[in-house]
Ligand binder design. Sequence first.
Ligand code: FEO
Length: 170
Amino acid sequence: MLLKSIAEALNKQVQMEAESSQAYLAMASWADIQPGLEGVAAFFYEQSDEERQHMLKLLTFINERGGFGVVPALEQPILTFTSLKSCFNEFLKHELKVSDSINDIVHLALAEKDYATHNFLQWYVTEQMEEERLARTLNEKLELIGEDKSGLYLFDRDISAYRGAGAKKK
Ligand code: FEO
């Protein structure tokens, strides 16, 4: 049976993963209507789907352990971006926030001697290392490219390969 404090922390994380899914869906939709950013749009549509899976995994874990996984109300995410760089900067900022939040729950699980939750969260710890690395890599690439149009063309064409290089695991 989950402690109330752990159930609440996990449900807060459900909300954060759902917000991530919404935020990346908005990035996908924004990229979709920019000329020539089909690759970036596909990247964020897929990223949004992944975040929904992260949310579901938490929600079902809470229920399996005798808690109640709460489907959260969500605020509208940022819908438009001034540049590709600012969009990917938001992506990195968001992932750093998620990592901090996961680390806080890992800490709480240990403090409460909830080793099952602690063990469950290790998947998220690994996932966050990969997501942060991916977001950092893409920001660094954009920094290098600057305003160079052929560089941006190649970035959009190759973005799915960067995800592959992250060795994503489910
Ligand atoms: Fe599930 Fe990227 O946080």
